[in-house]
Design a protein around this ligand. Structure first.
Ligand code: SF4
Length: 385
């Protein structure tokens, strides 16, 4: 199985394909192996349920998997070195990093070694050591393996702060294009339903999240958003992450031609749509209305602008629109909407674009969709008033 140091190197590196909170907002950090660089494996940042940004030891239990997902570096046909932590090795490695103040929590994912049951048992043993023997009280985000038994899910959820299970693809037929053995209903959706059941019973109040790999098949944005809608409404999903497909050496899809620029932009637009749906309560049919005949969100225009252009209620008067209406204006977000409403409560009005700038509105984006006291201000001079 190799030395512990070697295992940490291999299993830390292999974990980089799982997305966690901070990686959804790419940041540039110069220099190799600098903490905070989302491209690097081993340590990442995430937001704990109380909002604090914390550094996590990000690692796999094993990089071997009995499944054959064509896009995944851990799939069963990849000939790379396969290793697995013994529970005590993982517990000690994590606690060693924690005691030295390198990390504050754990983000643990895994391939499936012999079976989901076998691997989950090892994960539970490691988590139990960390919690009960080493008395670690901090944050642990655990990925539930596809096909995990309901009882093992419960045991993991008893010690985890957050759990997630990657759906990866939006439907059974899309999954069957990249895996001949993974079953969408029994390996993925059934496990997500078990997680949901235990959340309802009070375990892991922070809820569950999931991840989509975007562009692995020819799936449309419509298919992804439809699945997302199902996940939010039926499973009360906390949030979703989108990871653009990247061909990985040693996988069956390593020679697939992709445009890095296109896939990153698509990923970014899916995050924006997710935000509009999840935070601003845009209705799903309204979101579908901006998609083209292939079910894709046009990448030239920001989705919020596309939605506003289709809506004949604009322009809105900033001194009369409700909080919910203000949120629909491009360039106005939650904070600026709240500030505008608060001003109104103090009997103060927005008089010009400068007032809007003061409350955080991006006037350049908003001005086509608003009026100020019934007037549309379009001249530069008025903009600066
Ligand atoms: S189940 Fe997960 S780890 Fe295993 S091959 Fe598929 S994506 Fe990779």
């Amino acid at each position: 199985m190799g030395s512990l140091k070697r295992k940490i190197e291999i299993l830390g590196d292999a974990s980089k394909f799982d997305v966690c909170a901070s990686m959804a907002s790419p940041r540039t950090v110069s220099g190799n192996w600098r903490i905070g660089n989302p491209d690097r494996a081993g340590i990442c940042h995430a937001f704990a349920p109380d909002g604090r940004c914390i550094s996590l030891f990000k690692v796999l239990m094993t990089n071997h998997c009995i499944y054959d997902c064509k896009y995944c570096v851990n799939n069963c046909s990849n000939a790379k070195t396969k290793v697995m932590f013994e529970p005590v090795e993982l517990a000690r490695a994590f606690m060693g990093l924690y005691i030295r103040n390198y990390v504050e929590g754990l983000f643990l994912s895994s391939g499936v070694w012999k079976s989901a049951t076998d691997t989950s048992e090892k994960i539970i043993d490691a988590l139990t050591l960390i919690r009960d023997t080493y008395h670690f009280q901090g944050y642990m985000h655990i990925k539930i393996l596809p096909g995990t038994d309901k009882e093992y899910i419960r045991q993991i959820m008893e010690v985890a702060d957050r759990v997630s299970l990657n759906v990866e693809l939006p439907s059974p037929s899309r999954l069957s294009e990249v895996s001949s053995v993974k079953n969408y209903e029994t390996d993925i959706l059934a496990c997500q339903k078990h997680i949901h059941h235990y959340i309802k019973e009070g375990l892991v109040p922070a809820g569950q999240t999931t991840q989509f790999i975007v562009g692995t098949t020819a799936e449309s944005d419509h298919e992804i958003i439809e699945r997302l809608h199902w996940e939010y409404s039926k499973l009360e999903l906390k949030r979703a992450y989108f990871s653009g497909f990247t061909p990985i050496k040693g996988t069956p899809l390593e020679h697939r031609k992709t445009s890095e620029r296109y896939i990153r932009k698509r990923e970014n637009y899916l995050y924006r749509i997710d935000w509009l749906y999840r935070r601003y309560n845009y209705e799903i049919d309204r979101i579908f209305s901006i998609m083209d005949e292939k079910g894709m969100v046009p990448l030239g225009t920001d989705p919020k602008v596309s939605l506003a252009l289709k809506d004949d209620t604009f322009p809105l008067d900033v001194n009369e629109a409700s909080y919910k209406e203000l949120l629909q204006v491009p360039g106005i977000g939650e904070i600026s909407s709240r500030r505008i409403i608060n001003l109104r409560k103090m009997n103060k009005k927005i008089s010009n674009y400068r007032d809007l700038q003061r409350v955080g509105v991006v006037v350049k984006r908003a001005k086509s969709f608003i009026t100020v006291n019934g007037r549309r201000q379009t001249r530069i001079k008025e903009f600066l008033n």
